[in-house]
Design a protein around this ligand. Structure first.
Ligand code: ZN
Length: 286
């Protein structure tokens, strides 16, 4: 398999969140000749939305996604209304930074005020996700901001996302936005879906429907010592990244390859070394 086009490399700003502010990340990407970025809301908020948008625009970066909206389920109508309002603000911010899509981590079981799961009704949570998505499309579609559902590994079903496979995400797309591939699609994150025996079929289905909005890469380490913050650099784990990229290519995906690594190890590394490694591993191991 040939190496991917280096121009497709994008960096999710969570990868450098402990070392650099958003403007510093933008400068770092320019130094390393990296052309894409995907910012997180808290990092944008810290730098200011207008300032962030200007830095990104002046650096000529393309924005592979904006992280993130979602978290739809809540215990009561007030909580769900809060989620709705926050998601609408996320759409506005995504527009301001010219993101290709707003990435949605849909949320898990409703939580109490202390953030603990307050329900065992997983089907109910999934219904709230569906309703929340239906409502958000009504806002995002006329604004022209595509929404990308990111299925998360089932280990997060309780606390982060009760949409856990590509097939489940695509069923939501087909139900909520039939015959409309622009407003609702999926973000394929290898960390979450690499294990799925139906992954190749899911990518092909998403591509055929025009719903492949984003592609996130990292690696799965063995052993994985933390469920959230022990993602691997491409090439350090067991994911056959070249094969999955081949499936994305075959399905017609022409977008960026976004490196998203939450890692106590890489957060302790010189950020210039992190970026240089992302570049070289993108070429050699993805
Ligand atoms: Zn992701």
């Amino acid at each position: 398999m040939t190496s991917p086009d280096p121009a497709l490399l994008s960096i999710n700003t969570a990868t450098l969140r402990r070392q650099w502010t958003l403007p510093q990340i933008v400068q770092g990407l320019a130094r390393h000749g990296i052309r894409g970025i995907s910012p997180w809301r808290d990092q944008v908020a810290s730098a200011g939305l207008a300032h962030s948008a200007r830095c990104i625009r002046e650096a000529g970066l393309s924005v592979s996604g904006y992280c993130r909206g979602g978290m739809f389920p809540a215990l009561d109508a007030g909580g769900r209304a809060q989620a709705r309002d926050d998601n609408r603000r996320a759409v506005d911010e995504a527009l301001a930074i010219a993101a290709r899509c707003l990435v949605l981590v849909v949320g898990g079981l409703p939580k109490d005020a202390q953030g603990r799961p307050a329900s065992r009704d997983l089907a109910g949570a999934r219904a709230m996700v569906r309703d929340g998505l239906a409502d958000l499309i009504e806002y995002a579609k006329p604004a022209g901001m595509p929404l990308a559902i990111e299925p998360l590994h089932p280990m997060y079903a309780a606390d982060r996302a009760c949409v856990n496979t590509l097939a489940q995400a695509l069923d939501l797309c087909d139900a909520l936005a039939p015959d409309d591939a622009h407003s609702l699609g999926v973000a394929v994150d290898v960390y979450h879906v690499w294990w799925d025996p139906a992954l190749e079929a899911g990518i092909a289905r998403a591509g055929a429907g025009g719903r492949l909005f984003a592609y996130h890469i990292c690696d799965w380490l063995v052993p994985t010592t933390d469920l959230l913050n022990d993602r691997g650099m491409m090439g350090d784990g067991v994911v056959d990244l070249a094969r999955i990229r081949g499936w994305m290519d075959a399905a017609g995906y022409r977008g960026q390859h976004e490196v998203e690594i939450f890692s106590e190890r890489w957060w302790k590394t010189d950020p210039d070394v992190v970026l240089a490694t992302c570049k070289s591993r993108h070429a050699s191991a993805s």
